[in-house]
Structures are given as structure tokens and as C-alpha cells.
Design a protein. Structure first.
Length: 400
């Protein structure tokens, strides 16, 4: 259904009615001056008819059928009284018929009301024609002139009424199409806003996942080294100092990775400056320096992978080493294997579970982050206990 008219539409219709009324009065005055007004009625009568015919147009959008019906009644009464202005009045009637087609929400009423109006006007014109033809005329030329004037009236009314009917219906359909377009546009904007909110949420999750991977690894290593330094501080100051140096180095590494992470998160394309497979030996060396027993093995012919795949594999190994340190303990044997398969890259981190770790339990963000990261790369993650003891983390992703 078409949207209801607003206050601005009412002001526009008021201006239209005033303009048509003024134009009708001017045409009456000009017709009287040129002698075209054939009736002997006072000048104020056709002026009043012009004003009354235009006045209902103020409400043409809110009550189009009533406005058109009132105009037809005024038009016929003024015509019977000989006080009808024949020029601007046609425009006023056109606007009335047009408004029914353009604004009447009940389309059945819009159709049949116009049928009734057209029939009523046709009957009135026919009666007027018969009555005028019965009046005595002299000569053949008078009859021909009468029929010529009658045909002019028929053509003018057919043009105005037919035009108002057709253009009114077209305006109604155009308004409905525009409202459908507006509704579709509003829905698209709502979807865009929803997608923007989802993008922000996903970006927050991405940042949280990256921060967890970077901070958890280094902080856990710093915790182990700080604990070792505390235990041997009095008995072996040199070992305590060495442990504290590892704490300092882990802190520096964490700061460096955080800086690289900021650059990576700001990039719109693939990560730049982020760790990849080439950084795994350094990661393993850092874990060994922090007291873990870690061995790195590469299986297959090494080949380049995309930065996203390299970063994902690196983060999986980093998180798995962190979990092994927390749960299996620093003395557990951890094996890191990187396998270059035909079209896939597989990374595997397994511990023997014999390290006597404290068994700390985190919030589970690390495992969730690994699953999300590998799933985003189109791969699969396998996490769980080994049959012969210990824990296994295995990720397989397409190499490109």
C-alpha cells in the first residue's frame, strides 16, 4: 500500500488549489474582456465556480474519490447555470480524476468511482447536446457549427478524463515500485550494518586470538624461568641469573611479536612481518632455552607456503608448546614434526606426558583459537590424548 501523504503534500495541494482558482478567475476576466463569454450571468458567478471547482483539490490525496465527486457536481451545476469557465476548469477536473488513480488505496473503489464519473459526465453532455440541438437554428451552417462544438467538447473531455485515468494509475504503480525499492534499500542498509557489526566482532576475536597466542607463550615461559630462578637464587646465583636472562629475553621477544602483530592486524591483505615456518627453529630454541625438552623434525621436501598458512602453522606449534609446558611440565619430551605432503602441510606436536606438570587448566581459548584458525584455512585440527600416554596436537591444512 502506498505511503500516506504528509504535511508537505497538504501544503503543495493547497498551493495548487489556490493557483488553479486564481488562474480560473483570470481566465474569466480575460474572456469577459475579449467578449468570449457568451452567457449573460454576472462576472462573479463564473469566478465563484472557478474557486469552488479548485478548492476541493486541497484534500485530493487524503480523500480523492470525494474530491472528484464534488468537482463533478460543481462542474455540472455551473454548466447548467451558464457560469462555467471552460479552460482552467478542465485542468482542475483532470487533477481530480488523476488523484483517484494515484492515491485511492481501495483499487476497486478507484476503478468504479471513475467509471461512474465518466458515465455521469457522458450522460450530462448527451442531455446538453440533445437540448441544444432541439433549439431552433437557422441555416445549415448553424447546425454544422453546433456539431463541431459538440465534437470539440467530446474530444477535450475524453483527453482530459482518459489522461487523468491513465496517468493516475501509472503514478500509483510507480509509487508502489519506489516504496519497494526504498524497503529493499533499507533492508540492504540493515544487512550492511549487521555485516559491519559482525566484521568488528570477528576482528575483535582475531585480535584476541593473536594476543593470546603471543602473550600466553612468552608469559608461561617467563613464569617457568622466574620460578626456577626463585628456587636456585640462594644456592646457585649464576643459574638464577641465567634464568632471569631468559625471562628478560622472553619479555623482549613478546614485545617484538606484539609490535609485529600490530603491523599484521593493520594490513588489509595477507600478514606482513608475521612469523611463519622459517621461525619455527627459533621458537623451538626459545622453548629449549626456557627449560623444555623439544625436538624439531621436518619430513618431506620443504617448499614455500602462503603467509597465512605459515602463520597458522606457527601459531599452532606455539600454542601446543605453551600447553605442553603448562600441563605436561618442562621435563616432558615434546616432538614437533612438520610434514610437507603432496598438497597439504601438516604440523604435529606430541608430548610423552611424563613431565610431572601441575596440570593447570586455562579458559580453553587456546584450543578454540587453533580450531578457528585452522578451519579458516580450510584444514582440520586433531587434539587429544595419545594411546601410549601424553597429548597430541595435529593440524593439516592445504599448502595454498
Amino acid at each position: 500500500m502506498r505511503r500516506a501523504p504528509d504535511a508537505r503534500s497538504l501544503r503543495s495541494d493547497t498551493i495548487l488549489a489556490i493557483a488553479l482558482a486564481a488562474a480560473g478567475c483570470v481566465m474569466v476576466a480575460l474572456s469577459a474582456t475579449t467578449g468570449l463569454q457568451l452567457t449573460e450571468v454576472p462576472l462573479w458567478a463564473p469566478m465563484l465556480a472557478a474557486v469552488l471547482l479548485a478548492a476541493p483539490l486541497v484534500l485530493r490525496r487524503r480523500h480523492p474519490v470525494a474530491v472528484a465527486a464534488a468537482q463533478i457536481v460543481i462542474y455540472i451545476v455551473a454548466g447548467e447555470a451558464g457560469a462555467l469557465e471552460l479552460y482552467v476548469s478542465q485542468v482542475a477536473l483532470f487533477m481530480g480524476i488523476y488523484s483517484i488513480g494515484a492515491w485511492e488505496a481501495n483499487r476497486r473503489l478507484a476503478h468504479w468511482s471513475r467509471v461512474v464519473i465518466v458515465v455521469a459526465m457522458a450522460v450530462w453532455l448527451a442531455i446538453s447536446a440533445i437540448r441544444g440541438f432541439s433549439e431552433p437554428e437557422t441555416g445549415e451552417r448553424g447546425v454544422a457549427a453546433y456539431f463541431a462544438l459538440l465534437m470539440i467538447q467530446v474530444v477535450i473531455n475524453a483527453a482530459y478524463f482518459g489522461g487523468g485515468w491513465i496517468f493516475g494509475d501509472r503514478a500509483w504503480r510507480a509509487a508502489l515500485e519506489q516504496e519497494q525499492l526504498d524497503a529493499a534499500h533499507a533492508e540492504i542498509q540493515a544487512q550492511q550494518a549487521l555485516l559491519a557489526d559482525q566484521a568488528v566482532s570477528l576482528e575483535r576475536l582475531r585480535i584476541a586470538r593473536e594476543l593470546h597466542d603471543v602473550v600466553a607463550h612468552h608469559v608461561s615461559a617467563m613464569g617457568v624461568q622466574a620460578g626456577a630462578a626463585r628456587r636456585v637464587l640462594a644456592a646457585d646465583p649464576e643459574r638464577a641469573a641465567d634464568a632471569l636472562r631468559h625471562v628478560e629475553q622472553s619479555a623482549r621477544d613478546a614485545i617484538g611479536e606484539l609490535r609485529s602483530l600490530v603491523v599484521t592486524l593493520r594490513s588489509e591483505d595477507e600478514p606482513t612481518g608475521a612469523p611463519d615456518l622459517d621461525a619455527l627453529p627459533e621458537l623451538v630454541a626459545s622453548a629449549v632455552a626456557s627449560g623444555q625438552r623439544v625436538a624439531l623434525q621436518t619430513i618431506g621436501e620443504p617448499r614455500p607456503v602462503t603467509p597465512m598458512v605459515g602463520l597458522g602453522a606457527y601459531r599452532v606449534v606455539q600454542e601446543a608448546l605453551t600447553n605442553a609446558r603448562k600441563h605436561a611440565g618442562p621435563m616432558a619430551q615434546v616432538d614437533v614434526r612438520v610434514r610437507f605432503l603432496d598438497d597439504e602441510l601438516e604440523v604435529e606436536v606430541a608430548d610423552d606426558g611424563h613431565g610431572g606438570g601441575p596440570g593447570w587448566h586455562g579458559a580453553g581459548a587456546g584450543l578454540v583459537g587453533m580450531r578457528e584458525r585452522i578451519a579458516a584455512l580450510g584444514g582440520a585440527l586433531e587434539v587429544g590424548p595419545r594411546s601410549r600416554g601424553g597429548w597430541l596436537v595435529r593440524a593439516r591444512v592445504p599448502s595454498r
